[in-house]
Design a protein around this ligand. Structure first.
Ligand SMILES: [Zn+2]
Length: 261
């Protein structure tokens, strides 16, 4: 099937961002997954003749969605130049009892990400609450994961304050901060529930001792949240490694930045 031009442009943006993830050491082996709601570019009911149906129990509000999703066990670094092997486009059927793969998935035993249920729940949440957010990115940002092992992680307000105070960009570009999600098994319903809960009030979800997730209008914007948040974590760890507690922006300096949010 030939994709609409806008979808082709979205796929090349995914390839570019996947290159960033690999270079940052945030996407070892099969780590991470990406999905994008591209329903607006596909006519309802218009399925290619050779697409196969996969039964899968999904929330009713997911009916009819068309999603770009990476594959389970696939290497995100392969999105750079073999995206049709490492990812696919699925179309969820009208009663949300499964989906067809309508593009990609060209590798042996290909299946969409094991985090599919989390991604779909987030897309349903976005559709209802903030429809401009189309992309979901889960990856393993090094310094954020390290900080999720620190006692600070158990005190979310203090955790966010400690990152925001490191430099103005973090306060301005991750304004709602980070949600500290307690450890939960990857791919579990629990993780899906807590993640969508966290997205109600925060920009970034940090999964304890595992990784982070963000959603944005585009995959690049989702990446930006993680990039900026991780910068705060990196600077905090650098200060601690150098043996001092950073002074941080003052309360007044932080307050003055609110005009840019
Ligand atoms: Zn992960």
């Amino acid at each position: 099937m030939n994709n609409p031009d806008r979808v082709t442009a979205i796929l090349s943006e995914v390839s570019r961002i996947a290159g960033y993830l690999w270079n940052r050491e945030w996407a070892e082996r099969n780590a991470g997954n990406i999905s994008i709601d591209i329903s607006e570019y596909f006519e309802p009911g218009n399925l290619p003749g050779d697409s196969k149906f996969y039964p899968f129990s999904l929330p009713a509000e997911a009916a009819g969605l068309a999603l770009f999703v990476t594959g389970t066990g696939c290497y995100l670094r392969n999105l750079v130049d073999r995206i049709e092997e490492a990812a696919c486009i699925i179309r969820i059927n009208p009663d949300a009892s499964g989906y067809n793969i309508i593009w990609g998935g060209h590798s042996e035993n290909f299946k969409p990400t094991s985090e599919l249920i989390t991604h779909i729940k987030i897309h349903c949440f976005n559709k209802a609450k903030r429809p401009s957010c189309k992309a979901v990115l889960h990856t393993h940002p090094l310094e954020l994961i390290v900080l999720s092992h620190h006692p600070l992680f158990k005190d979310e307000e203090n955790f966010n304050h400690s990152l925001w105070k490191m430099c103005p960009e973090i306060r301005v570009f991750v304004p709602k901060g980070i949600f500290c999600a307690p450890y939960s098994l990857t791919g579990s319903e629990d993780l899906a529930v807590i993640t969508t809960e966290g997205l109600k009030n925060r920009d970034v979800i940090l999964w304890e001792k595992h990784g982070a997730l963000a959603t944005g209008e585009t995959i690049e914007k989702a990446f930006d949240y993680l990039d900026v948040a991780n910068k705060g974590a990196k600077m905090l760890l650098m200060a601690w490694s150098a043996g001092f507690e950073p002074a941080g922006l003052t309360e007044q300096e932080m307050k003055d930045l609110e005009r840019f949010i």
